[in-house]
Design a protein around this ligand. Sequence first.
Ligand code: FES
Ligand SMILES: [Fe+2]
Length: 344
Amino acid sequence: MFPRNAWYVACYPSEVQDKPLGRRICNEKMVFYRDRDGKVRALEDFCPHRGAPLSLGFVRDGNLVCGYHGLEMGCDGKTVSMPEQRVRGFPCIRSFAVEERYGFVWVWPGEQALADPAKIEHLEWAVNPQWAYGGGLYHINCEYRLMIDNLMDLTHETYVHATSIGQKEIDESPVNTRVEGDCVITERHMENIIAPPFWQGAMRANDLDPSQPVDRWQICRFTPPSHVMIEVGVALAGNGGYHADPKFKASSVVVDFITPETDTSHWYFWGMARNFKADDPEVTEQIRKGQGAVFAEDREMLERQQANILEYPQRKLLMLNIDAGGVQSRRIIDRILAREKSEA
Ligand code: FES
Ligand SMILES: [Fe+2]
């Protein structure tokens, strides 16, 4: 169902501070905690003694202590000690490769020996001070590929997000999809339109007159295993649209890291990176709130869609040209899955 030998976002660093965090990722129950040096570690969330979740325990001197009978676990998955016991023969539990980078904690659910941190995609907006990022996390009861479909076909904005980013010009404008290696790009450009409410707010925040007509763009990029970055924005009409000088623009990157939890649920790390008013935390908060409301609308649609599909598994679904972005992304995932299977 999902590639395993890949880096996925596991959590925000703020989620693993003093207490361990239990989270299922790619069907693996994991526990995240910080060792003595503050480095994030991940182990199977299963105590070798009686199977209690280690995430219910605590961290002592950089080791994870089981909250049931006090077994102390090392970051390599070997038991260090247990009150009144000799632990040498205790079975090992799995450990996972973890990396904290770009404001996220990444985990590699597959074979640890293959986990090369250099394979984490470079995120310019996360390291460049001219950019600001705000975001959140939703748990969504649908398989991760339905979310990829959703983000690789933004015609749904007209209907699902009618009061914020939707407008009729979206589904009246043709979409263009192409594949470059393992990357799928699907884009749409709209000219000389009035910006919808969300973008009027962004224009105001960037000192542009929101009543003026704009050119608007959406450029969605899928990269494996399940990342979708979407360049979105508006520019005062007639100044070159996407290529307009920054002074005419309000633009940003919608950041979507989609981490499978089970076969029918995922963790959705959503956010927005922008390079205007980057030093203004109020703008970050305003955008974050707006975006949180927009993605809650997707969550409802996707969870109900998943429930329908589970109830009627024999029904065949259609594939129209607006679905090309999702279809091509699924092809790339299938190719990776086939490769992993043949290597295993
Ligand atoms: S179950 Fe963990 S110490 Fe007993
Ligand atoms: Fe949406």
